[in-house]
Design a protein around this ligand. Structure first.
Ligand SMILES: Cc1cc2nc3c(=O)[nH]c(=O)nc-3n(C[C@H](O)[C@H](O)[C@H](O)COP(=O)(O)OP(=O)(O)OC[C@H]3O[C@@H](n4cnc5c(N)ncnc54)[C@H](O)[C@@H]3O)c2cc1C
Length: 419
């Protein structure tokens, strides 16, 4: 069956209703476009479901910085580390890992940071622009954000990242020794240093937020198809339709915002997409007895802690192990161990657990752009910063798709850059 549209113009189809897809859909609607959003699951239930909800304006420093050459072996050999490897997956991972590490040089890191900065640095305002006047505003909070360190020396050891952040205006207030507990009474007396950034923001329920935004999309007349896209059909080198199991949806343009699953959809096009997943985990302490006043990063565990409507969420760690293996126990145990040490007085009723797939390209930059004049656009690969940069990405995509020029240099995000 061919699903035809009643209006003369064919719609724009977006495949994937995570934060990136839903944001793109809303910006296109604001521009008067007719949009069909397709997702095989419910909106917001992919990686967008379980993240830490941080609008990480300061997160322009990627994982693969030069220091990684020193720290990665230490992490991988340590029994208590926030980075985990499923060694059975290692042979498959290796080509991606080689490319990822090749980007951990001074000059390439600088280039990556230059490209990540415009995607993240004003993200609180980007979110506010997107949700203004909608119910989704209720999930958005202005807040401070802190990195917590056991010692002042541990903060100093993070000098590389802080120098970059500070140069871009993210200058931390340092709180030391006993003053730490005045700032955040939940912290253990063992924590002796906090680097606090003012003027940040977070989401108090990522699923609620994306669902609410999706509700706005539907209220504005957007159509949702709850099915898997199997293929993209081209005619004369241009997108003609997206193929579902039992129907074909004609479209003028197609936008692929399917997170880690995007690679499958565009593998038949003439581009190389070395997309790999950095698996991440969260636990939620439900009905916690105490909560932090603001979200924070527990640097010892490389996980964020965010007070949410569902409880106290501790989300982070990286596990390299592909898409198919079941969730591992070790990252969850690790988050529990470090968080209980960091918040020794915390009591709770229950713990829920989750694992999700961050989509990461070897240069830590997303692919945002048109594939070879096909009318197919990419919007995926947002690694650790997809919640943060989803609205900005959606705005850029809405401009590209409607032949308007974004006011930033997007060459670094080009979908054919690995060819
Ligand atoms: C533990 C953890 C903590 C994180 N914390 C943060 C944070 O604090 N701040 C931040 O900015 N980022 C964070 N992230 C990263 C962030 O969650 C992701 O970058 C972001 O959610 C990616 O969004 P997306 O829309 O690209 O993909 P997704 O949310 O994964 O959405 C993709 C959608 O595509 C659909 N789909 C896939 N294939 C098909 C198909 N063939 N047909 C139809 N539909 C399809 C899926 O069902 C899914 O709904 C974190 C990630 C993890 C794992």
């Amino acid at each position: 069956m061919v699903l035809t549209m009643t209006n003369k113009n064919k719609p724009i189809v977006i495949v994937g209703a995570g934060i990136v897809g839903v944001s793109t859909a809303l910006w296109l609607q604001k521009n008067g476009e007719e949009v069909i959003l397709i997702d095989s699951s419910q909106p917001g239930t992919g990686a967008s479901f379980g993240n830490a909800g941080l609008l990480a304006q300061w997160a322009m420093v990627p994982v693969n910085v030069p220091d990684l050459w020193k720290s990665a072996p230490k992490y991988l050999l340590s029994k208590s580390s926030p980075i985990f490897m499923r060694w059975s997956y290692f042979p498959k991972l290796l080509p991606w890992l080689v490319k990822f590490m090749a980007n951990a040089t001074e000059s390439r890191s600088r280039k990556i940071i230059e490209n990540l900065t415009p995607l993240v640095q004003d993200s609180v305002d980007q979110h506010k622009n997107l949700v203004r006047g909608t119910q989704a505003e209720k999930w958005l909070r202005d807040s401070k954000f802190s990195y917590v360190y056991k010692t002042h020396d541990a903060f100093k050891a993070d000098a590389y990242g802080w120098a970059i952040k500070s140069n871009l205006g993210f200058i931390p207030n340092l709180i030391l020794d006993n003053d730490v507990r005045d700032e955040e009474p939940i912290l253990s007396p063992e924590i002796k240093c906090m680097a606090v950034l003012e003027g940040q923001g977070h989401i108090t329920n990522p699923l609620g937020y994306v669902s609410e935004l999706f509700g706005v999309f539907e209220k504005n007349g957007g159509k949702f198809v709850n099915k898997a896209v199997k293929n993209l059909n081209l005619a004369d080198g241009k997108i003609r339709s997206v193929q579902l199991d039992d129907e074909e949806i004609l479209c003028q343009k197609a936008i692929i915002t399917s997170g880690i699953w995007s690679k499958n959809l565009i593998q038949n096009l003439n581009i190389k997409v070395p997309l790999e997943t950095e698996r991440g985990y969260h636990i939620i302490y439900e009905k916690p007895s105490i909560e932090p006043r603001n979200p924070m990063m527990v640097t010892e565990g490389k996980f964020a802690v965010t007070p949410m409507t569902t409880g106290l969420r501790c989300a982070g760690t990286v596990e390299l192990g592909g898409l198919n293996a079941p969730a591992s126990k070790k990252p969850i145990d690790f988050i529990k161990k470090v968080s209980q040490k960091t918040f020794p007085e915390l009591k709770f009723e229950n713990i829920s657990e989750w694992m999700g797939f961050r989509p990461t390209l070897p240069d830590s930059l997303p692919m945002i752009g048109e594939v070879d004049n096909t009318g197919i656009f990419t919007g995926f690969g947002h690694q650790h910063i997809g919640m943060t940069s989803g609205p900005k990405t959606g705005f850029i995509l809405s401009q590209l798709v409607t032949n308007r020029k974004p006011n930033l240099d997007i060459r670094g995000y080009s979908p054919d850059r690995f060819n």
